[in-house]
Design a protein around this ligand. Structure first.
Ligand SMILES: *Cc1c(COP(=O)(O)O)cnc(C)c1O
Length: 421
């Protein structure tokens, strides 16, 4: 046995550097054939696959420790609550939050952003105020702010990007006004792969006394996080893109901000006492977790985080960077293919359009080869307009993807282009 680095019984020694064939063994879904060909799963930005540890954890939890949380006085409910709260501490460590109370469990990134818009937004934003986002945002980080603006008479401002898909920091800073109430920005773009310089963005915004919400849906699976070092005020991500279950996600908020925020949804568990005349709300994070949460989802997310942490985000980032460089190089050799998103700081998301082939046709032909990519606007229609396209094809990487899979993708794209020309 190799020496263990951790204290827990489940901690094996970190696999550094990442051993992809060993890692693939942990993902049963990758072993199957699709349309008679080995599955090549390159749609990780839409949702990532689940390791056996997560699948087993769900089954184990339902088989042994399941009950409602925070309610029962019975043994099983206490067990379930302990497991649930342990997951909160796993998330806290994973993102470097100062307190476990700063972790709020939600359905996903979408709900996390809506929560901030409807609570922080409703109490801090008035007519004539401004919310600043960027051109590369997912609809989840656009529409909630538009809804807030409609309700309050505030104005949505959009920081531009260059042709490589990088945020123009000078333009961004010029858009920060005394009436800017919040910056909401992606850490990693789900279309371009651009990694935004969040630390710098937060520094600039804070210089103007503006808090920052970071949409980390695409960052959490790929880059090591430290919300205290980033100094962001809110950070949102989804469990299902982080190799965890669907229907669970995280909103991190600085305790001082969360404590001053009104509740989002009303119901059970978010209260301290209720009479028909007056309700006293619970403390944070309970105040924001009305109703029965996705208990098993939270437990599964905790296990996914432990799994990813064991491999190590540094090893994952290094492996994916190398694979991305290979993929960019291979795709750039295909004539008639245009890569959209060529930022210097980039994570494993490759968007492209072919001169002669519609992205959906490209997707269909690749599907015939067992290769899963996504085609469409990727919930980022304003970004599509910025690049003058209606849709792109998108291949997105995870740490279980291989060079051979990139070769299969490249061959598939060449076949499609030949077929249509
Ligand atoms: C996927 C995604 C979202 C939305 O996440 P959900 O899990 O669908 O709530 C938001 N922002 C980005 C950048 C995403 O990639």
């Amino acid at each position: 046995m190799r020496p263990s680095q951790g204290n827990g019984p489940n901690q094996r020694s970190p696999r550094s550097p990442l051993d992809v064939s060993r890692t693939r063994e942990d993902f049963p879904i990758l072993k199957q054939l699709v349309r008679g060909k080995p599955l090549v799963y390159l749609d990780n930005a839409a949702s990532a696959q689940k390791p056996q540890a997560v699948i087993d954890a769900l089954s184990h939890f339902y088989s042994t420790n399941y009950a409602n949380v925070h309610r029962g006085i019975h043994w099983l409910s206490e067990r379930a609550t302990e497991t649930f709260e342990a997951a909160r501490r796993s998330v806290q460590r994973f993102i470097g939050a100062a307190e476990a109370n700063e972790i709020i469990f939600v359905r996903g990134t979408t709900e996390a952003i809506n929560l901030v818009a409807q609570t922080y937004g409703r109490t801090h934003v008035q007519a004539g105020d401004e919310i600043l986002i960027s051109t590369m945002e997912h609809h989840s980080n656009i529409v909630p702010w538009q809804m807030l603006c409609q309700a309050t008479g505030a104005v949505l401002r959009v920081a531009p990007i260059n042709d490589e898909g990088e945020l123009l920091l000078d333009e961004f800073e010029k858009l920060l006004h005394p009436r800017t109430k919040l910056v909401a920005i992606a850490h990693v773009s789900n279309v371009l792969g651009t990694i935004n310089p969040i630390r710098k963005i937060v520094e600039i915004a804070h210089r103007h006394q503006v808090p920052v919400l970071v949409d980390g849906a695409q960052a959490a699976p790929h880059v090591a996080l430290d919300v205290q070092a980033l100094d962001c005020d809110f950070y949102a991500f989804s469990g299902h893109k982080l190799f965890g279950p669907t229907g669970v996600g995280v909103l991190y908020g600085k305790a001082s901000l969360l404590e001053a925020m009104p509740p989002y949804q009303g119901g059970g568990h978010m209260i301290q006492s209720v009479t028909f005349e007056k309700t006293i709300y619970n403390k944070v994070p309970d105040r924001f977790e009305a109703g029965t949460p996705n208990i098993a989802g939270v437990v599964g997310l905790g296990v996914a985080i432990d799994y990813v942490s064991e491999i190590g985000l540094e090893a994952i980032t290094a492996y994916e960077r190398e694979l991305l460089a290979y993929a960019m190089d291979q795709l750039s050799r295909i004539s008639g293919l245009r890569l959209i998103g060529t930022a210097k700081e980039k994570a494993g998301v490759l968007s492209f359009v072919a001169d002669e082939v519609h992205p959906h046709d490209l997707g269909t032909i690749l599907d015939n080869e067992g290769i899963a990519i996504r085609a469409g606007h990727h919930c980022a229609q304003p970004l599509m307009s910025r690049f003058g396209v209606l849709a792109t094809a998108r291949a997105s990487l995870a740490f279980y993807n291989t060079r051979e899979e990139i070769d299969a993708l490249t061959t598939g794209i060449r076949t499609a282009i030949e077929f249509f020309t």
